[in-house]
Every structure is written in structure tokens, then in C-alpha cells.
Write a protein that binds this ligand. Structure first.
Ligand code: CP
Ligand code: NVA
Length: 304
């Protein structure tokens, strides 16, 4: 297997690499003590241009559990590219740290950090992708269903970064994925092409629709915020356009879907009702917990 050197986008990984990461994540979850020195002596920068609860804490705690040390950098002490260029930021960070985990506005910033630092960079969310989230989500589905090639996931909502990473993950692993978005809010055309090419190799079934009914019979329905961080659309207009795409109990029952998923934070009463979010069919806290195990698998793989 080729070694994991960074994680900017799931499309950079082979099916074998993704499968191995999920298996390793399960192993780390089952027997964390075995990995308690995996990052001994390593320092990892956690760089955030946008707010975060789950990603920040799961990386910080996860690195500690692997015996490493993390340094959190927000934008209070010099915003990325403002006090100094992204490249200078990256080359300086490389003097002290072994890897950079970064949540950024633009995917390009991750590429600049990777080039200037020559250290592994892990995408902790960008405008285009959220690979760590998708790995945790795939791990969650694997725990429930085992063979992911037999799983049908439906993503309903905005064709955003989370949707993109799920598309790539599903395409790599040969899953069935139905993406339901309002007209004009579908996934990015380049990402779609990438996912379609990967699906052709793996046998994954990727379907796009503007009708929630296309999600009928899926094993799980996934939704996310209608307006992502950094999004500039008019919130009132978004609320009106997306209202028919809300996931509520009636939709879950009508479509006969067993599980509900969301990356969080959720906007209760918008993309999902509290009744569904807090129900027994909701996997959201398992997804949140799995962020740490999936990310730790990535970090262990980078340094082994
Ligand atoms: N799901 C997720 O990335 O959550 P945060 O924005 O809180 O990190
Ligand atoms: N699509 C959301 C995900 C948040 C974890 C955003 O980018 O804001």
C-alpha cells in the first residue's frame, strides 16, 4: 500500500488506503492503549480560520491520547495571510511542528501550506471538502452495516463540502449514494466528475436528484446546514428554497429510512427537526465520537 503522506481530499486516496484507515480506526477505538505512544515526541499545529467544536476538540484530545502534543492557532494572533503570507506561515510552522491540521476558507490555502511547510497537511474542512468528517461517517456506517459496498446513503440538502467528501468516499468504496439538492445547489461540477470517475472504477452508484423522494429506501439519510460557514447567500432566501428538504419524522417514515446522520452543528427546525435529531434513529453522537478515532487513524498512518 502506498504510504499516507497528507489528507487534502479523499480523492487522493486509493480504495485500499481508505479501507485500511477505517480498519485502523476501529482498532484504535477498540484498543486505544496499544496506540498511546504512536505520536510520542510529535507536535502538531491545529490551525483554524473558522469556528469549530468537534474538529478542534477531537484533534486536540485525539493527539493527546496518541502521546503527541498539539498547538492550537486561531486567527487572534495574526490571521492567515494577513500578518504574513500563507507560505511564510507554513515554512515557519515547519520549523517546530511535525504536521499541520488546518480548517480554511479556501482549499488553495491547504495546498500552499503543504508546499511551503513540506510537512503533512490534514484538511480539517475547507470550502470544498471535509474528509475527516466523511471518514468518521463511513466508520459509523461500517459499525452499523459492515460491508459498505452494500450501503445506500442519501444526502439531502446543500451540495457542500460535506456532501463532496461523502460523494468521493462513497465512490471510492463502491457504495450507493443519492444526492438530493434544490435546483442550483447541486455539488460542484469538478467534484462530481471526480466522483463519477471513481465510481466507474469501484462500481459505486451515484445518483443526483432534486426530489426528496429519490432517497426512498436508503439505509440512512444525511443532512447538513443549508448555509455553510463563509457562505454569502441570503439566509431568508435559503430558508424558503430549502424548506421542502427538511428532514422530519414524516419524511423518515414516508421514505422508510432507518438512520439519520448529520455532521453537526445542526440548526434545529431548519434542515432537521429536534424530533429526528434526538430520536433513536439518529447517529449524530456516534459520528461525533468517531471523528476522533478516524482522525487518529489518519495521524497514526502519517507517522508509521
Ligand atoms: N462537524 C464538524 O466539523 O463540527 P465543528 O465545525 O464543530 O468542528
Ligand atoms: N458545511 C458546513 C459543515 C460544518 C461542519 C460548513 O462548512 O459550515
Amino acid at each position: 500500500m502506498s504510504k499516507l503522506t497528507q489528507l487534502l481530499c479523499l480523492a487522493d486516496l486509493s480504495q485500499e488506503q481508505v479501507t485500511n484507515l477505517l480498519d485502523l480506526a476501529l482498532e484504535i477505538k477498540r484498543d486505544p492503549d496499544r496506540f498511546s505512544t504512536a505520536l510520542k515526541g510529535r507536535s502538531i499545529a491545529l490551525l483554524f480560520e473558522k469556528p469549530s467544536l468537534r474538529t478542534r476538540v477531537s484533534f486536540d484530545v485525539g493527539i493527546h491520547k496518541l502521546g503527541g502534543h498539539s498547538v492550537y492557532l486561531d486567527q487572534q494572533n495574526g490571521a492567515l495571510g494577513v500578518r504574513e503570507s500563507v507560505e511564510d506561515f507554513g515554512s515557519n510552522l515547519a520549523c517546530w511542528t511535525d504536521a499541520i491540521v488546518a480548517r480554511v476558507y479556501s482549499q488553495k490555502t491547504l495546498v500552499q501550506l503543504a508546499h511551503s511547510s513540506k510537512k503533512p497537511v490534514v484538511n480539517a474542512l475547507s470550502d470544498l471538502y471535509h474528509p475527516c468528517q466523511a471518514l468518521a461517517d463511513l466508520l459509523t456506517l461500517k459499525e452499523h452495516y459492515g460491508d459498505l459496498s452494500k450501503v445506500h446513503l442519501a444526502f439531502v440538502g446543500d451540495g457542500n463540502n460535506v456532501c463532496h467528501s461523502l460523494m468521493l468516499g462513497a465512490a471510492i468504496l463502491g457504495m450507493t449514494l443519492t444526492v438530493v439538492t434544490p435546483q442550483g445547489f447541486g455539488p460542484d461540477a469538478h467534484v462530481l466528475l471526480k466522483a463519477q470517475a471513481l465510481a466507474e472504477q469501484s462500481g459505486a452508484k451515484l445518483t443526483l436528484s432534486q426530489h426528496v423522494s429519490a432517497a426512498a429506501g436508503a439505509d440512512a439519510i444525511y443532512t447538513d446546514t443549508w448555509l455553510s460557514m463563509g457562505g454569502r447567500a441570503d439566509p431568508a432566501l435559503i430558508e424558503k428554497l430549502f424548506a421542502p428538504y427538511q428532514i422530519n419524522t414524516a419524511v423518515m417514515q414516508r421514505l422508510a429510512v432507518k438512520h439519520f446522520m448529520h455532521c453537526l452543528p445542526a440548526h434545529r427546525g431548519q434542515e432537521v427537526t429536534s424530533e429526528v435529531l434526538d430520536s433513536d434513529c439518529s447517529l449524530v453522537l456516534q459520528q461525533a465520537e468517531n471523528r476522533m478515532h478516524a482522525q487518529n487513524a489518519v495521524l497514526v498512518s502519517l507517522f508509521s
